[in-house]
Design a protein around this ligand. Structure first.
Ligand SMILES: NC(=O)c1ccc[n+]([C@@H]2O[C@H](COP(=O)([O-])OP(=O)(O)OC[C@H]3O[C@@H](n4cnc5c(N)ncnc54)[C@H](O)[C@@H]3O)[C@@H](O)[C@H]2O)c1
Length: 207
């Protein structure tokens, strides 16, 4: 078991990719915190994963909620080894049809929520000089698919957030990457994404 004894927090782990990540962490021996906004799915996933999973209701758009979740985990386990910033929402429009509220809803979860959780967990990791943060980006971090605005804005921003905070905090040698989840991981997906434009100079190899 590769994560035996580790303490991990997975945001948005009530369902979907986050629940699958939490399941893998539990399987590999980590004490795994399901930091999920939705009470019902958060509880159900923690129950399904057994005694090594703990649900802590967390809204990553709310600084008090993010700080309280991190503080609670530190108090209970003494440290945090891994934070996986997985919580995300799809907000899909055309640019000029995107209201301020929809823009803000997207940025609040997909970009600011990640920073909120990083900011809450980093002091404890820096104190121990140990810890890992994994940010879940997207194939939308590299490709522009019609009708999906402003989601790619947030997911491109997530690359910037990862590199800017990584270099400023860990030093110029920092070479971390977001995990760019998405269709591109299978051949059919790569073929599909080939049809959509990318920012100039980016190729399929950047996906
Ligand atoms: N599914 C895909 O094909 C795909 C592709 C690329 C990237 N992603 C990214 O992977 C991540 C997970 O995607 P998914 O498809 O599993 O999504 P999903 O909608 O199935 O699950 C997202 C989870 O996040 C939770 N959540 C939403 N807002 C939250 C908040 N404010 N605080 C805490 N939890 C919150 C939801 O309640 C839900 O449980 C997202 O960041 C998404 O952008 C997904």
């Amino acid at each position: 078991m590769r994560l035996n004894g580790k303490i991990a927090i997975i945001t948005g782990a009530g369902r979907g990719i986050g629940a699958a990540i939490a399941e893998a962490f539990v399987r590999e021996g980590a004490a795994t915190v399901i930091a999920e906004r939705d009470n019902a799915t958060g509880k159900a996933t923690a129950e399904r994963l057994g005694e090594n999973a703990l649900f802590v209701q967390t809204d990553v758009t709310d600084r008090a909620s993010a700080d309280a979740a991190i503080a609670m985990v530190r108090e209970r386990f003494g440290r945090i080894d891994v934070l996986v910033n997985n919580a995300g929402i799809n907000v899909f429009h055309e640019p000029l049809q995107t209201s301020d509220a929809e823009w803000q809803r997207c940025m609040a979860v997909d970009l600011e929520g990640v920073w909120r959780m990083c900011r809450a967990v980093l002091p404890a990791m820096l104190e121990r000089n140990a810890g890992s943060i994994v940010n879940i980006a997207s194939s939308h971090s590299s490709t522009i698919i019609p009708g999906t605005f402003p989601y790619p804005v947030a997911k491109h921003g997530l690359l910037g957030l990862t590199w800017a905070s990584g270099i400023r905090i860990c030093g110029a040698q920092y070479s971390g990457e977001c995990h760019r989840a998405g269709l591109y991981r299978d051949r059919a997906g790569i073929g599909l994404l080939e049809h959509f434009p990318r920012p100039r100079g980016r190729t399929a190899a950047h996906l």
